[in-house]
Write a protein that binds this ligand. Structure first.
Ligand SMILES: Nc1ncnc2c1ncn2[C@@H]1O[C@H](COP(=O)(O)OP(=O)(O)OP(=O)(O)O)[C@@H](O)[C@H]1O
Length: 704
């Protein structure tokens, strides 16, 4: 086949007949191209002064295997089959392959996003990857843009800066960083637009911008071009190329790039069925295919052709041939400047090699700022979201008021009528069901959406799980508590329950406890079940046994002895018994029965005897419910950690830890002397990409 024949000028650079000009893959030329790219969304040429830390990061992997667990009794499935590879610094690396080839899995494994089921060796600069250390210098940008839709671009960035930059950066410094990043990514004009209203391309750029705040050395991006138009795709790839050219290692997955996108990649790693078909420079794909007697057809995009081969369109034997040719990623023959690279087969897992930049190492915490700071920042964000999500807040308020009035009308004055004691008992149970179901279901429905953002932000070290969990519990208190108070007050007085402060307050405290217990159960269900559908099913299923053992319907006397243990575990039992005690206990003497000659429940003690409840246990019920609340909240926290594989990252002392500056040094277990502190601050500011002015400010602070 006559290929590679024509002149470089005449031939299209996107087809297999093209002799691509080498220069188009060279960094310097790319930098020029990128600096002058003027795609629509970018108002200024891309300039970026925040350079990453000096030490480049090379990632290698050997015999990498990933086995997914298919569930209890279903065994495992091998997804990555002993692949090898080597990603060099200052390069834009594309992991390509057909759908299901294992691209995202490889990216997840390399970034440390997936750790269970992984075998093989990943080395970073020749040393076995220390996951914690690696996470400090890398970031992971997920395929779906997990942004806070109700916050503006600048607000999103400010939250990132508050969480990812140490306390030595004041607000002015942070805004300087933010403005520079926004300007580089062409987001300045949208700085005051809410993230939810951005276009797909803008959302992607904002996702990248958020992670650029602390200037990572390694960036992993899962399908960054998915859902973008061709101009936005090109802009996104060129942006990644710029970031790589500044010394970062940028690794992304991409399904099937167009020819114009493909030529921007420095390094390509092609996967098929969890094996490596090709590893090397983008421009050497054509000669590689020729070398294995699978020449790329004329006028064909080589990226398309190699994906077709990977899909098995030309026969499964071709996949085997390609895997053998590249020795499942071991071969470095098709790298640019391959002669000058040490052989991949002799990767030394050496602890003597230089470690990653020291800026983060002496810090015990994975997060950049103190836990108090994390909590304040995300609580502030949480309250802003609640304020802006007015529809949900109003809906909750209105739903509680309307339901309260409806119950009030239905059971009007039932609390003061001896003839309607059973109606009133039904009402008390209805109130409990309202409090528990409405709160729990709302949590089950909204929590999974939050979970995705939590997993991304926590993985990228914005905050610890502890801070998040405390925040999430605090932020909902005003609305959940407010709704409960309004509902309870409306129902209590409309239905004529006794007008004494002690009874009312007992009733209110019990109601609030039920609401917060139900909310915590919602967190448990949300943490354990991955989907809203499963959670929506599991929530009511969890409540049913609580209802069965509440003493309503079947009273405690009639529950078989072998099932009585259940009554001790049901929070509805304690709340119902507490309610009954608050309404009919506390030495309530008689109930008026104006319209009846015979009044069966004239004496509340008779009613209490019939339903086998004691009048004087409401205080015990409150204590039991408080204990249950604490236990359920603790259980929800630990399940969240377990189920989502989230840990706070071996940080024995997170509170008070920072990464740079004298404040950080003084808080470390090993105190730094002033001269080392200054060096540390300067080095940190360099590694964080601070401007000269910023560096001077930080150094000055060191001597204060
Ligand atoms: N936890 C898991 N359990 C079972 N199978 C899994 C699991 N994770 C991944 N897989 C399977 O592994 C294969 C590779 O998945 P992966 O998401 O890495 O593919 P991909 O190349 O990124 O595909 P796409 O481009 O469609 O996102 C798929 O067949 C997928 O079904």
């Amino acid at each position: 086949m006559a290929r590679r024949g024509g002149s470089a000028e005449a031939a299209s650079p996107i087809s297999c007949i093209a002799e691509r000009p080498k220069a188009s893959f060279r960094m310097a030329d790319d930098q020029e191209q990128i600096d002058h790219v003027e795609l629509k969304p970018v108002t200024k040429p891309m300039t970026y002064t925040r350079l990453p830390a000096t030490e480049p990061v090379e990632i290698r992997f050997q015999d990498l295997q990933y086995r997914a667990n298919l569930g209890i009794g279903k065994g495992t499935k091998e997804i990555l089959h002993n692949v090898h590879g080597r990603f060099l610094p200052s390069q834009l690396v594309a992991i390509m392959g057909p759908s299901g080839a294992g691209k995202s899995t490889l990216l997840d494994v390399l970034s440390g996003y997936r750790i269970t089921g992984v075998r093989g060796v990943v080395t970073v600069n020749g040393r076995e990857r220390d996951l914690e250390e690696f996470r400090r210098v890398s970031c992971y940008i997920t395929q779906d843009d997990r942004l806070q839709p109700l916050l503006t671009v600048r607000e999103n960035m400010k939250v990132a800066a508050d969480l990812k930059l140490s306390a030595k950066y004041n607000d002015q410094d942070k805004y300087a960083v933010i403005e520079e990043i926004l300007s580089m990514l062409g987001l300045s004009d949208s700085a005051n637009t809410r993230a939810g209203r951005l276009s797909g391309g803008q959302k992607k750029r904002l996702s990248i911008a958020l992670e650029l705040v602390n200037n990572p050395l390694v960036m992993f991006l899962d399908e960054p071009t998915t859902g973008l138009d061709s101009a936005s795709c090109l802009l996104c790839i060129k942006l990644m190329k710029l970031l790589a050219s500044q010394g970062r290692t940028v690794v992304c997955t991409i399904h099937q790039p167009s020819a114009s996108l493909f030529q921007n990649f420095d390094h390509v790693y092609v996967l098929a069925e969890g094996q490596c078909l090709y590893q090397g420079s983008a421009e050497k794909v054509v000669p590689y295919l020729e070398s294995v007697s699978l020449p790329c057809p004329m006028y064909h995009n080589p990226a398309d052709y190699i994906i077709e081969l990977a899909c098995g369109d030309y026969g499964k034997d071709k996949i085997t041939r390609l895997v053998n040719a590249t020795i499942n990623g071991r071969s470095i023959e098709w790298f640019n400047d391959a002669e000058n690279l040490p052989p991949t087969t002799h990767v030394e897992v050496s602890h003597r090699s230089p470690r990653l930049p020291g800026r983060m190492r002496c810090n015990l915490s994975l997060q950049e700022t103190t836990q108090i700071n994390q909590l304040l920042v995300i609580m502030n964000r949480g309250f802003t979201k609640v304020k802006r999500d007015s529809t949900l807040t109003y809906m909750r308020l209105v739903a509680n008021i309307v339901t309260g009035f409806m119950l009030g009308v239905l059971y009007f004055q039932s609390g003061v009528d001896g003839a309607r004691v059973l109606d009133n008992y039904n009402l008390l149970f209805s109130i409990l069901i309202h409090h528990s179901m409405s709160t729990m279901m709302l949590t089950i429905l909204t929590f999974p959406m939050e979970m995705n953002i939590l997993i991304k932000e926590h993985f990228n070290r914005w905050y610890s799980l502890k801070s998040y969990y405390i925040m999430v519990n605090i932020v909902d208190i005003p609305v959940a508590g407010g709704c409960c108070i309004i509902f309870t007050t409306v129902v209590y007085f409309m239905t004529g329950q006794p007008y004494t402060l002690q009874r009312f307050m007992t009733f209110m405290i019990l109601s609030l406890l039920v609401v917060f217990i139900a909310q915590s159960l919602g967190y448990i269900v949300g943490a354990v079940f991955n989907s809203v559908v499963n959670g929506t099913f599991a929530g009511p299923i969890l409540i049913v046994p609580m209802m069965m053992f509440s003493g309503f319907g079947v009273n405690f006397r009639d529950i078989p002895s072998y099932l009585r243990w259940g009554t001790h575990l049901s929070f509805l039992r304690y709340s119902l018994e507490g309610y009954v005690g608050a309404i009919y206990g506390m030495n309530r003497t008689t109930l008026p029965c104006e319209e009846q000659l015979y009044c069966h429940y004239k004496y509340p003690s008779k009613f209490l005897e019939d339903i086998a409840m004691r009048p004087d246990v409401y205080e015990d019920c409150i204590i039991f419910l408080m204990l249950m609340l604490v236990l359920i909240k603790a259980a929800a926290y630990y399940l969240l950690r377990l189920e989502k594989g989230i840990s706070d990252g071996g940080a024995p002392e997170e509170v008070g830890s920072e990464t740079s500056g004298c404040g950080a040094a003084s808080r470390r277990t090993t105190e730094l002397p002033p001269e080392r502190c200054e060096r540390f601050v300067l080095r940190s500011s360099v590694s964080l990409g601070a401007s000269d002015q910023l560096r001077r400010v930080l150094a000055k602070k060191c001597f204060q």
